[in-house]
Every structure is written in structure tokens, then in C-alpha cells.
Design a protein around this ligand. Structure first.
Ligand SMILES: NC(=O)c1ccc[n+]([C@@H]2O[C@H](COP(=O)([O-])OP(=O)(O)OC[C@H]3O[C@@H](n4cnc5c(N)ncnc54)[C@H](O)[C@@H]3O)[C@@H](O)[C@H]2O)c1
Length: 375
């Protein structure tokens, strides 16, 4: 059946991050949020009421609602595979929060199942679609730094246990600075250079135990089971290289540092883990950084869903793709493997690099009109 106008969306998982998605989705004329669902029906009801969503239901009713074409999966990571698999089985498109999946094989199975079913997979994060990041990517494509050669990336902090009341999970396999913060930085990196081909890394721990600093369990010590400092090298298919540090072992906080150096200049990208920020450019002749003009438009969590919905109607590829999200997962797992083995590890997955968004793109500006689509 050919459909026209706004794309019908269901949000599955009505926890913390749903309150960031729903303001974006309900402000976007090209999507219509039809249903909210959660294991906790009261929570789904409260979220639906707050954002004016007409239906609050269990997961399978939401997925199978006749008006729902695209399901936004905001469940906890351990439920991502099961929920996304059910969505694809029901013949609906799915957009997953990060990580795309718990492992490479399950992620690849999801993409294969979607292809067979003729539906699409999208994946967070969508921070690479902010106005600042896209302005920077547009300039890089136009040659503003000459030929891009290398990237330098730094995220260091003391870790979240001083303010987080239950930080244990952040120091267990599947988390740590690499997996917790990495998706934002790696998505920015691969949307600049394209797919990576191999990595090397070392990892270490400054402290075998950490102590909770806030809340009723303050003072409780717990074991650290992942590297809390990772230094990695990444090589890309285009020949560029990146040097990265992800650390929870530093009293000094320094984050959002991602610089791309080319043959003629260096571009400092905005913080890849934020929805605001201005890129800066520095040529050999510049005495200081020069801010890059950024168009004023809405940049908020969920815009990747809006862009995917527009792409569905218009029959073009969407930018926050499942292939890109799987590649980012593969890249992080490969770095973790390299920490274990001490050698270079090949990265075998790949994806197609999207063009930067058109300068005037804004998720609150309609691209699809009821009755027919244009462009
Ligand atoms: N919290 C944040 O600031 C943040 C930021 C970026 C990304 N994320 C990502 O968003 C996702 C959700 O995180 P959160 O912080 O909102 O978690 P949360 O625990 O606050 O909410 C998750 C919700 O999913 C529901 N749920 C769990 N399993 C389910 C299932 N099988 N079917 C239906 N509902 C189910 C839970 O009942 C809960 O309401 C995670 O993948 C996380 O990595 C969170």
C-alpha cells in the first residue's frame, strides 16, 4: 500500500530518554506519534498523556497498530534485540536507541531480517545530524581543510560515580568509557571519514574498585571489571587515521575534543555528545580559531527518526542508518578485542557514507505534504 503524508510512529520504552524524543517527534510535521508502549502500562499512559499521544498500549498492540509504520525502540539495551526483531517481524521499520544490539551477530541478524522483510533499520545516536556538526561536515566535503588526513579525539573525566547513585553498571562489560561514551564520538568520526578497517588499542585501570559518591549507598565500594582508560588507533578505508583516548581515570575533565586535520587546516568539531556547539577552523595563517557559522535550527534527540521518516516517503536512504550503527558497534567491540589481544584487529563491517544534510534542513519544517510527497 502506498502511503502519503506524515509517517505513523510508535514509541516503545517510555523511560528517561523518551522525554527527549517526544518533544522532537511531536514538533515534527512529517511524523505522527500514534502510540506509546512500555512493559509498564502506567508509564506508557503517563507519557502518552503528557505529549498528547492518542494511544497507550502494550508493545505488540502498538507495533501492530494499522497506522504505525515506524517503531522507535527506546527500551534498555538488553531488550533492543527482542523488541527490534518483533518490529521487523511485524513488517514495520525500526529505529533503535544505542547500542544497535548487544553483539555483532545479533545486530547483523537484525539487518538481514529487515532486508528480507523489506523494511528499514535506523540507529542512534543522531548527534552527528546537529546543525553544527552538519555545517562542519559540509565544509570538510567542500575542501575547507584540504584533504582530511587524521583525527585527534579526547574524552577524559574522573568517571560518573561521584554524582551517580547507582554507577556499578557503568564499570561492567558492555560499558566503561569506551562503550558508554564511545557511540557519540565514533558516529561523528565515521560520518566524517567513512568506514574504519582496522584498530589497535591498549587499556588499563587506575583503580580496581570505585566508591559510590552520592545517594543512599554513598561510601559503598564496588569492583571495576572493564578498562577505565583506553588509548586506540583507528585506520579508515580512505587511508585516514585517528588517535583516541577514552578515560574515566582523570581528575581533569576534558571532553568534546575532536579535531580533524587536513593538508591545509584543522577543523575542531562540536562536542559529539551534545546537540549544540560551533565548529572552529584554523589555517596555518590564522592566529586563533575562527568560528564556523552555523544555521539556526532545531537540533534535538529524535531528529534522526524524522530524517528517516522523510527518507522512507521520498524513497532515498536515511542518514542514521542501521549499517552505520552496526559499524560503530563493531568498531567499539574491535577496540575491546585489541585491548585483549594486544595486536591490530580488522574491522569487517562497512556502511555507505551519507551526504551532509542540506543547509536549510530543519526537523520542524514539513517535507511531506498530505495527499502527495514532493522533492
Ligand atoms: N537516559 C539517557 O540520558 C540516555 C541518553 C541517550 C541514550 N539512551 C539510551 O536510551 C535507551 C533507554 O534508556 P533510558 O535511560 O530511557 O532507560 P530507562 O530505564 O529510563 O527506560 C527504559 C524503559 O524501557 C522499558 N522497557 C524495558 N524493556 C522493555 C521491553 N522489553 N518492552 C517494552 N518496554 C521495555 C522500561 O520499562 C522503561 O520504561 C538505552 O538504550 C540507552 O542507552 C539513554
Amino acid at each position: 500500500m502506498t502511503r502519503y503524508g506524515p509517517v505513523g510512529v510508535a514509541v516503545v520504552g517510555c523511560g528517561t530518554v523518551s522525554h527527549e524524543y517526544l518533544p522532537t517527534l511531536t514538533a515534527a510535521p512529517d511524523v505522527r506519534v500514534v502510540a506509546c508502549a512500555d512493559l509498564d502500562l502506567d508509564r506508557a499512559g503517563a507519557v502518552a498523556a503528557r505529549y498528547g499521544v492518542p494511544h497507550a498500549t502494550d508493545v505488540s498492540t502498538a507495533i501492530q497498530h494499522p497506522d504505525v509504520e515506524l517503531v522507535v525502540n527506546l527500551t534498555i539495551p538488553a531488550a533492543h534485540d527482542e523488541v527490534a526483531g518483533a518490529v521487523v517481524d511485524a513488517g514495520r521499520h525500526v529505529y533503535n536507541e544505542k547500542p544497535l544490539s548487544m553483539d555483532r551477530e545479533a545486530g547483523a541478524r537484525l539487518l538481514t531480517a529487515a532486508k528480507t522483510a523489506g523494511v528499514r533499520v535506523g540507529g542512534a545516536p543522531d548527534t552527528f545530524l546537529t546543525a553544527g556538526m552538519q555545517a562542519a561536515l559540509g565544509l570538510l566535503v567542500e575542501g575547507a581543510i584540504g584533504s582530511p588526513q587524521s583525527a585527534l579525539l579526547l574524552m577524559q573525566s574522573p568517571g560518573p560515580e561521584s554524582w551517580h547513585e547507582a554507577p556499578e553498571f557503568l564499570y561492567q562489560p558492555g560499558a566503561g568509557p569506551l562503550f558508554d561514551i564511545g557511540p557519540y564520538y565514533f558516529t561523528a568520526l565515521v560520518s566524517t571519514f567513512g568506514p574504519a578497517t582496522r584498530v589497535a588499542a591498549v587499556g588499563r585501570q587506575a583503580f580496581p574498585h570505585r566508591t559510590i559518591g552520592a545517594g543512599p549507598r554513598a561510601g559503598t565500594s564496588f569492583p571495576v571489571r572493564v578498562p577505565t582508560h583506553v588509548t586506540a588507533l583507528v585506520e579508515f578505508a580512505g587511508g585516514q587515521v585517528a588517535t583516541l583516548v577514552f578515560s574515566f581515570d582523570s581528575a581533569l575533565v576534558r571532553s568534546g575534543f575532536l579535531e580533524i586535520t587536513g593538508t591545509e587546516a584543522t577543523m575542531a568539531l562540536p562536542d559529539p555528545n551534545a546537540f549544540h556547539g560551533q565548529p572552529r577552523l584554523r589555517r596555518a595563517t590564522d592566529e586563533d580559531w575562527v568560528p564556523v557559522p552555523v544555521p539556526h535550527r532545531r537540533s534535538s534527540r529524535g531528529m534522526g527518526v524524522v530524517e528517516m521518516a522523510q527518507a522512507l516517503r521520498l524513497g532515498r536512504p536515511h542518514r542514521a542508518s542501521g549499517e552505520q550503527a552496526l559499524h560503530v558497534l563493531d568498531l567499539m567491540l574491535s577496540i575491546a578485542d585489541a585491548v585483549e589481544t594486544g595486536g591490530f584487529v580488522p574491522v569487517r563491517s562497512t556502511f555507505t557514507l551519507a551526504d551532509p544534510l542540506p543547509a536549510g534542513w530543519d526537523p520542524t519544517v514539513p517535507t511531506l505534504v498530505t495527499g502527495r510527497s514532493w522533492q
